[in-house]
Design a binder for this molecule. Structure first.
Ligand SMILES: [Zn+2]
Length: 454
């Protein structure tokens, strides 16, 4: 574990020198993602005498707390097939019946496998008052969100292209996702709840963050804290590129700070390995909360200076003191994405610059850019040159212009886009970005996006 952390820190430092975002040398990117893989290798971790966490049985973690006459399950994975395998692994530590199931929040990867834990007796199922509010009330954008979800998680990538999902392995069994979901039968009020289940003292604390319906679980005797997805070993996904409503970044930071106040002996995240020891747990939570807060504060400061999201996404950085923290490397969340999310969460789409109040339509702009370049032929040459020079982002932007031009070689533009996306992907250690680039390149190549692509 120590070596892993040292390796990751070394890579992260290299990365920050190279770019400051999440693009590094291809070999380093791959080594970083492979090292992160150890965070979700399949196995049971004994967190306390009576607490066990199953890591790597699906994307998220599930835990078992053993009481006097039964056990409590915290989170249930995405579907009953993976959950059944985890449950079987738990059975070597206790065969007592399941008395309660707790959902830390309503994301599918934590609730869809509940039925696998239920025997003859129906357990009590705990969720918060807001349970289910995670994805907002409207399903209007469902179809495109589903497509973007597939790209973010690299669900259709070949084994050669696949690495992981930042805080989860790739290649999880998802066919039965949601099939084992059982609705909550006990509502945890917004003021929280302290109770005893199967002889285990347990506390439920509201902790909005990744979702509004999130809570964290505290075992006062064992000093174990289950954070749900407000903490895992990666810079947090303050915005998901699959497309989500605004995640309340300030509340997220505050919820994690509240967790630190409990001074846990062990910290069980929603994904990735548990952290053991009081000092390590409290430091991780404190750093995490402060890192989120710092990104939020820097963004708000920039906003009030009149800066727009494009500029701020490049300016806002994690403070240097966090550079050697393995749980803040941007494997899953990304600082620039977070900055843009905070901007639009607080102010909406408009950046305040009158130039962008009514921008040109893309086709007209492409024509003017071509004119500026000296014609479509010259624009095409500049695009090709950018690709040759591995200036992939610029090549992408030029190919997006070329594709609008009636006299442009659209096939070539598409080809350049595909190659540029693969070039960026190879250098990317942020898993969602990497997966998205690769997935989109494949869709373009297969002709799936022949009518509409950009
Ligand atoms: Zn999750």
């Amino acid at each position: 574990m120590k070596t892993l952390i040292a390796t990751l820190c070394l890579f992260a430092t290299t990365a920050s020198v190279a770019n400051g975002q999440t693009q590094v040398d291809p070999e380093i990117a791959l080594r970083m993602l492979n090292a992160q893989q150890q965070q979700f290798e399949r196995g049971i971790v004994q967190v306390a005498d009576n607490v066990f966490t199953a890591v790597g049985f699906h994307g998220a973690n599930t835990s078992m707390i053993v009481g006097t006459d039964g056990v409590i399950i915290v989170d249930t994975l995405k579907g009953p097939a993976s959950a059944a395998v985890a449950y079987q692994a738990f059975r070597q530590y206790s065969d007592k019946p399941v008395k309660a199931i707790i959902y830390t929040h309503s994301h599918g990867d934590h609730i869809g496998g509940a039925s696998a834990f239920v025997g003859d007796q129906m357990p009590d199922i705990y969720g918060t008052e807001n349970f289910g509010s995670a994805e907002g009330v409207t399903k209007a954008a469902g179809p495109i969100k589903q497509k973007r979800n597939v790209r973010q998680f690299g669900r259709n990538l070949s084994p050669m292209e696949s690495t992981n999902r930042g805080v989860a392995p790739s290649g999880t069994i998802d066919d039965d996702g949601g099939n084992g979901f059982l609705p909550p039968t006990i509502t945890v009020p917004n003021t929280g709840l302290k109770t005893t289940i199967a002889g285990v003292e347990i506390e439920f604390h509201l902790g909005p963050g990744e979702t509004d319906d999130a809570m964290f679980i505290w075992l006062p005797k064992q000093k174990v804290l289950f954070s749900g997805d407000n903490f895992y070993s990666s810079f947090p996904n303050l915005y998901a590129i699959r497309g989500t409503a605004y995640r309340d970044v300030l509340s997220w930071s505050e919820s994690v700070a509240k967790m630190a106040e409990f001074q846990p002996q062990s910290l069980v995240p929603g994904h990735t390995l548990p952290i053991q020891g009081q000092s390590a747990s409290v430091t991780a939570l404190t750093d995490y909360s402060e890192a989120i807060r710092s990104v939020y504060d820097q963004t708000v400061r920039g906003i009030n200076q009149g800066k727009g999201p494009d500029q701020l996404a490049h300016e806002v950085k994690l403070p240097k003191r966090f550079k050697d923290k393995p749980y803040l490397i941007e494997f899953y969340g990304s600082v620039p994405h977070a900055v843009r999310a905070i901007y639009s969460g607080l102010l909406g789409w408009y950046d305040g610059n009158p130039t962008t109040l009514s921008p040109m339509e893309p086709k007209l702009k492409a024509q003017k850019i071509a004119e500026l370049a000296g014609g479509t032929q010259e624009l095409t040459e500049r695009m090709n040159a950018a690709l040759d020079q591995q200036d992939f982002q610029w090549a992408l932007e030029l190919s997006d212009h070329l594709k609008w031009l009636d006299d442009g070689d659209r096939k070539l533009a598409r080809n350049v886009k595909i190659q540029s996306l693969r070039g960026l992907a190879a250098r990317e250690y942020n898993a969602p970005n990497r997966n998205y680039y690769l997935s989109y390149a494949n869709e373009l190549e297969s002709g799936e996006l022949s009518e509409l692509w950009f």
